[in-house]
Design a protein around this ligand. Structure first.
Ligand code: SAM
Ligand code: SF4
Length: 351
């Protein structure tokens, strides 16, 4: 048969291979974890994340919830086992539960191992039971202080009591809650032992995070930044910490605390970068794929998604993007590097 006549079949075979081949980057890292930011908007204005006056994307630029579902489904078909819904504040996106409901079919089929959420907790009291019913088992709750006044200072608009009610509702609904605490020099560094005790008494893990230089904010980053190596040294005065092999598929390294019996995680993008084992990519609410949180390179997935009801163009764009996943980020925070490493705020790419 002439080669010309075989070409359409070869094209189909190539596409069929692409449609279920795992996404593996040039450094051999398989992409099994996708974080999807469903909105860049938020009901808080945390001082390390946003400036007080933010301009947000026009609604017409956002992917619809159906489009987000299709995008997530395409990643799951290509090997994503863990999906984290984030933002901005994901629970302020209108009708967000319908996305969780539709994605839960991938948990039922076994294609997806875990569907999780990162939230500031403000809306959790309303949503906790429904999230649990959708198959969400674990959530990350951001809580940087136990002091209501300080909470207001850090979040600008948040209400500590409301978040605490959300946390209690989540625990009551049977969700495993992990507290995320951004370590902020001179702001919450005196509270870490108290936060650990608070979390562990309620059966929650707690993870400390180094502040990252993402986006212009009002405060100089090097005034906020503290290395978690220093935090660990301070914690050793109150607690006996031993290495724990526990992993959640994310970047945290865990230690076991003998006094409380609980776990403490450390996410150290600056002091010990963990890029060599990076299995993640991030998609924004406009369908922009960031192959690395700390780099500017991105791929537009919205255009191929909307170009065809067939997933071929989308899959081809995902393949091309993963081939460009960089080895790692170049974060530095010191006097000479007080500005952002990338212009986007964390609320755009999602954490
Ligand atoms: N609004 C939700 C929340 O706060 O949990 C989800 C989105 S928020 C961007 C995700 C996580 O990123 C939060 O734990 C937050 O504390 C963290 N975060 C925000 N800006 C950060 C920065 N510049 N450096 C390190 N962590 C940051
Ligand atoms: Fe909102 Fe989360 Fe950013 Fe705080 S950290 S402003 S809650 S997106």
């Amino acid at each position: 048969m002439a080669l010309r006549m075989l070409l359409p079949y070869i094209g189909c075979m190539e596409q069929a291979q692409t449609l279920d081949r795992p996404l593996i980057d040039p450094f051999g890292r398989a992409i099994s974890y996708v974080r999807v930011s469903v909105t860049d908007r938020c009901d808080f204005r945390c001082v390390y994340c946003m400036s007080e006056n933010m301009s947000f994307l026009p609604k017409r630029d956002l992917l619809s919830l159906e489009e987000l579902d299709r995008l997530c489904t395409a990643f799951i078909a290509r090997g994503t086992r863990k999906l984290r819904i984030t933002g901005g504040e994901p629970l302020v996106r209108r009708d967000i539960l319908s996305l969780f409901r539709s994605l839960s079919r991938h948990l039922d089929s076994g294609a997806l191992e875990e569907l999780t959420l990162t939230t500031n907790g403000s809306q959790l009291a309303r949503f906790a039971d429904d999230l649990a019913a959708c198959g969400v088992r674990r959530i990350n709750l951001s809580l940087d202080t136990l002091d209501p006044g300080k909470f207001k200072d850090i979040t600008r608009w948040g209400d500590f009591a409301q978040v605490e009610r959300g946390m209690e509702a989540a625990l009551k609904a049977g969700l495993k809650v992990k507290l995320n605490v951004v370590a902020l020099k001179g702001v919450n560094d005196d509270e870490f032992p108290a936060i650990i005790r608070y979390a562990h008494q309620r059966g929650m893990d707690v993870t400390f995070i180094e502040v990252m230089p993402l986006g212009e904010i009002t405060i100089a980053r090097d005034d906020q930044y503290m290395s978690l190596t220093e935090v660990r040294r301070h914690l050793a005065r109150d607690f006996t910490l031993t290495e724990s092999g526990h992993r959640t598929g994310g970047p945290a390294r865990y230690m076991r605390c003998a006094e409380t019996g609980g776990r403490i995680g450390f996410i150290t993008p600056l002091s010990h970068n963990f890029c060599e084992s990076c299995n993640r990519v991030r998609v924004t609410c406009t369908g922009t794929l960031y192959m690395c949180l700390g780099q500017n390179d991105a791929a537009d997935l919205r255009t191929p998604l909307r170009a065809s009801a067939d997933d071929g163009p989308l899959m081809a764009a995902m393949d091309a993007a993963i081939l460009r996943k960089p080895k790692g980020h170049d974060f530095v925070i010191d006097r000479a590097h007080a500005g952002p490493a990338v212009a986007r705020h964390m609320s755009v790419t999602g954490g």
